[in-house]
Design a protein around this ligand. Structure first.
Ligand SMILES: [Zn+2]
Length: 515
């Protein structure tokens, strides 16, 4: 049955998931986020049985659904564990002898492409010591062995129906107000990207931001070189990491060639006569096949990546900077903005993302994204002390919405990245020939230094945060207020620009500086 589900393009089958995690390696892993079983599940199953003329016992269906929910609860205890150790794929296979994982993986590939990509995919299978497979007391193999074949089959088919939500139009949340274009953006992001780039996007922006990334990297290297406390050996490794950082601005250059993107859709054939359900199933199957080609390095972009999202991010395991097209468009960016405005907005974000390579998690990876300790013990200790300074600063921060109730240990990765982002953007700003920069009408009395800080702050200008403290404490990013005032209060350049007296809130004597 798992083999058949795989043939339908289901890498996620209810028991586990075969997928990629931000890089072209195929993992067999626990399902990280399970949606709760749909309330309408019973109703939908009965409808399916009725439509197919199958006689059923209502009590039997109700009992099967209860068993399904029980099993869901057990499996929901297992999550994707981000800190688990890498193991050989064969070790994972040995933990679930009841399943033929390689055959399931085979079935996820397009039948015509299988012979050419099978070996490449096999070379890129990875496994981690997740408790779903490796726990001694409760693990997948035990769950499978202690469940009857009938219950297992019921579970898999119900999971299939339950997670077909949108396609079967049974989940209110899915169908209400859902517009066709949103569906295309969500499930075929690359096709939407193509339409958007061709019709509405100024490609000049890609070139400018690509150059800005190179400048950011240069300023980052300068910052490392000028550090008064990093030792030469650590500096050398850190610089190598910045130099080797790869980037994708908007979309892979390969897609720029005429017809290149169209070619990736060759195997998706949908017709106007297809039902919504059929189209959605074809798309699911197509995305899975594309994922396998991505793993085989036959296509440069993860088909699941939401390229229409307003986002920029850094992939630690790959030392890879990724800036998506909506992020390179107005109001965040435009080729006509003054350079200092580009630096204060997008420039700071580029520095922030580069900075993630050197946040407390980033520093555990080397220039290839491999886990390796490349710090001298002394530097490592000093780095921790400096991060702790930020943690304490946030713990003590009197936030206008939440008071002194925040927890810096949770937000330290983002605070470190913010610090680097502001520092590198300011370094780029200082190199500008300001006499060539236009002023902003209505703000003529402001110096360009002041405008830089104001435009930087503008990105975080929001209405008052009405979230509960509990919600805020679960976020990885510090509050918007801290992302401006907290960050600026650590910058001597800010205090100088605005003449803040020493010891005032925006110019404290104790500043938290990183490199
Ligand atoms: Zn970040």
């Amino acid at each position: 049955m798992l083999q058949n589900l795989a043939k339908h393009g289901r890498g996620e089958n209810g028991l586990f998931e075969i997928s990629t995690h931000y890089s072209p390696f195929l993992e067999v892993a626990p399902i990280d986020y399970r949606k709760k079983p749909a309330k309408s599940l019973k109703e939908v199953i009965i409808k399916i049985l009725a439509v197919n003329d199958i006689k059923y016992d209502a009590g039997e269906v109700a009992r099967a659904i209860e068993k399904y929910k029980d099993m869901e609860k057990i499996l929901d205890e297992f999550h994707y564990e981000y800190d688990s150790e890498k193991v050989k794929f064969s070790e994972l296979e040995a933990k679930v002898p009841t399943l033929d994982l390689r055959k399931i993986i085979d079935n996820l590939m397009h039948p015509d492409k299988k012979s050419s990509i099978k070996d490449k995919v096999e070379n890129r299978l990875v496994a981690f010591e997740h408790s779903l497979f490796f726990d001694k007391d409760m693990n997948l193999n035990k769950i499978i062995q202690s469940t009857s074949a009938q219950d297992l089959a019921n579970f898999l088919i119900m999971y299939y129906i339950d997670t077909s939500g949108g396609a079967l139009s049974m989940d209110e949340h899915f169908t209400m107000n859902r517009k066709c274009e949103n569906e295309v953006i969500k499930f075929l992001p690359r096709a939407s990207l193509r339409v958007f780039v061709r019709n509405y996007f100024d490609k000049e922006n890609l070139k400018i931001v690509s150059e800005m990334v190179e400048e950011t990297k240069q300023n980052f290297i300068e910052m490392i070189q000028e550090s008064t406390w990093l030792h030469e050996e650590t500096k050398k490794n850190a610089i190598l990491k910045v130099e080797k950082m790869r980037k994708m601005i908007g979309y892979p250059e390969e897609f720029e060639k005429a017809g290149a993107l169209d070619k990736t859709f060759e195997t998706l054939n949908v017709f106007p006569t297809d039902s919504h359900y059929t189209i959605m199933n074809k798309i699911k199957r197509f995305v899975t096949e594309q994922t396998m080609e991505y793993v085989a390095l036959e296509t440069p972009l993860d088909p699941k990546e939401d390229v229409m999202e307003v986002n920029a991010f850094y992939v630690n395991d790959e030392n890879y900077l990724n800036i998506l097209v909506p992020f390179l468009d107005d109001p965040l960016f435009d080729s006509t903005y003054p350079t200092y405005a580009k630096l204060a907005g997008t420039g700071a974000t580029l520095g922030h993302e580069t900075g993630h390579g050197f946040d407390p998690w980033g520093i555990t990876r080397d220039e290839n994204g491999e886990k390796r300790d490349w710090w001298t013990p002394e530097d490592s200790e000093e780095y921790d002390r400096r991060v702790e300074c930020m943690v304490e600063q946030y713990n003590e921060y009197d936030d206008p919405d939440f008071g002194k109730n925040l927890n810096g240990s949770y937000t330290k990765l983002e605070m470190v990245a913010d610090g680097f982002g502001a520092e590198t953007a300011w370094r780029a700003f200082k190199k500008l020939d300001l006499s060539r920069e236009p002023e902003i009408i209505g703000f003529d009395e402001y110096s360009m230094e002041k405008l830089f800080f104001r435009i930087f702050a503008l990105d975080y200008c929001t209405s008052r945060d009405t979230s509960t403290l509990e919600e805020v404490l679960e976020r990885f990013h510090p509050t918007d207020s801290f992302r401006v005032n907290g960050v600026f209060s650590n910058m001597k350049a800010f205090a100088k620009t605005f003449n803040c007296p020493v010891g005032s809130p925006m110019n404290p004597e104790k500043k938290c500086e990183l490199f």
